[in-house]
Write a protein that binds this ligand. Structure first.
Ligand SMILES: [Zn+2]
Length: 312
C-alpha cells in the first residue's frame, strides 16, 4: 500500500487545483452572460429565443406606450451595463432612447456600434413618408415601426439578431445559430397554421387605434378603414369620433380594436354608438396570458375571430 502513498499524496494536494481548473473550464463559456437591453417586450422575447442564457431586460411592458417612456435612473443603469440594445427603431423611440443613450454613456451601445441593433434597419417598413410636416402630428415618417405582427419581418429580424449576437460573442456563435434554427423551425410551422386559422378574417374591415396593428391587418388581408386617433399621437376628439360613427353607417365594419395602453374611452363610445363589438388585443408578450411571440400571434387572431360573427 505504501508504494502509492506519494502518488496519492501528490494527487490529494493537486486535487483542489485540478477541481478549480475543471470548474473554470466548465463555467468559462457561461461566466460572461451577455446583458441585453430591449426597448420593447417583443424584442426581449426574440432575444430570449436566440440567447436564453443572456440577462435580458425590457424597458417597457406590453401595457406601456413604447412611444412615450421616461428616461428613469433605473433604465439608465440598465443601459449602462448592456452589451447589446435591441429596439424597433424607425424613430419609434425617438422621444426617449437618444436621451437614455446619452445618459447611460455606454460606448458599446451608441448608434452605429455592434451593440446597438435596430429591427427596422433589417427590413423594409410599410408606409414610409417622403414629406412630413408638423401639421401631420406624430407620424412615423420612416415607416411604421410596429413590425412585431409581420411574420416575415420577425423572421428576418431574428436572423439578423442571431448574426449580431454571434458577432458580439463569437465563442457562443454555434449556440445562437442553433437557437435561431430552432426558432425558425417552430415559426415556419406556426405561420401557415395561423394563416389558416385567420382565413375567415380576410377582407374584413376594422376601426383601430393608431397604426399599431398595421402589419397584422396587412398580413391577414384586413383593412383599417378608420383610426381612432385624429392624428398620430392625439387622443380621439368628439368631432373625430362623430366622423368615425358616420363611417360605420356603411355597415361594413367588423370590429373596433385597441390595445392595453391605449385610452379605451373613445373606442368604447364608438363601439356602443355604432353597435359594434369592441376588442382589446395584446400588443406584445407580457400581456395577460402572452408568454412569447407565439402566444401573441395566437391571441390576436383568436381575439379577432371571437368577434368575427358580429359582422353585419
Ligand atoms: Zn406608433
Amino acid at each position: 500500500m505504501h508504494i502509492n502513498s506519494n502518488v496519492t499524496h501528490g494527487l490529494f494536494r493537486a486535487l483542489p487545483v485540478l477541481l478549480l481548473a475543471a470548474l473554470i473550464m466548465l463555467w468559462a463559456p457561461r461566466s460572461w452572460a451577455l446583458s441585453i437591453f430591449a426597448c420593447e417586450p417583443e424584442y426581449a422575447s426574440l432575444a430570449r429565443e436566440l440567447a436564453p442564457d443572456a440577462t435580458i431586460f425590457s424597458a417597457t411592458t406590453a401595457l406601456q406606450d413604447p412611444h412615450q417612456v421616461q428616461a428613469r435612473p433605473s433604465l439608465i443603469a440598465k443601459m449602462r451595463r448592456a452589451d447589446l440594445v435591441v429596439c424597433a427603431g424607425a424613430d419609434l423611440e425617438i422621444g426617449w432612447l437618444p436621451m437614455l443613450q446619452m445618459k447611460a454613456n455606454n460606448p458599446k451601445v451608441r448608434d452605429g456600434q455592434l451593440g446597438m441593433f435596430y429591427a427596422s434597419d433589417q427590413v423594409q417598413n410599410l408606409d414610409q413618408l417622403a414629406n412630413v410636416d408638423r401639421t401631420m402630428g406624430d407620424v412615423h415618417a420612416q415607416g411604421n415601426p410596429h413590425i412585431q405582427f409581420s411574420p416575415q419581418r420577425v423572421a428576418a429580424v431574428a436572423s439578423a439578431l442571431a448574426a449580431r449576437l454571434a458577432e458580439l460573442d463569437p465563442a457562443n456563435k454555434g449556440e445562437y445559430l442553433s437557437h435561431l434554427e430552432a426558432f425558425q423551425t417552430r415559426w415556419d410551422v406556426a405561420v401557415p397554421k395561423w394563416e389558416a386559422m385567420a382565413a375567415p378574417l380576410n377582407g374584413k374591415k376594422v376601426i383601430a387605434y393608431h397604426t399599431s396593428f398595421r402589419y397584422l391587418f396587412d398580413w391577414l388581408g384586413m383593412e383599417q378603414v378608420g383610426d381612432l386617433e385624429p392624428k398620430p399621437g392625439l387622443a380621439p376628439t368628439s368631432a373625430h369620433l362623430a366622423t368615425l360613427l358616420d363611417r360605420t353607417a356603411q355597415g361594413d365594419v367588423m370590429v373596433v380594436v385597441y390595445t392595453g395602453y391605449q385610452d379605451s374611452r373613445g373606442a368604447k363610445w364608438l363601439a356602443e354608438r355604432a353597435d359594434l363589438p369592441l376588442v382589446m388585443l395584446p400588443f406584445a408578450p407580457g400581456a395577460e396570458g402572452v408568454e412569447d411571440l407565439f402566444d401573441l400571434y395566437e391571441q390576436v387572431i383568436q381575439g379577432l375571430l371571437s368577434v368575427q360573427g358580429g359582422t353585419r
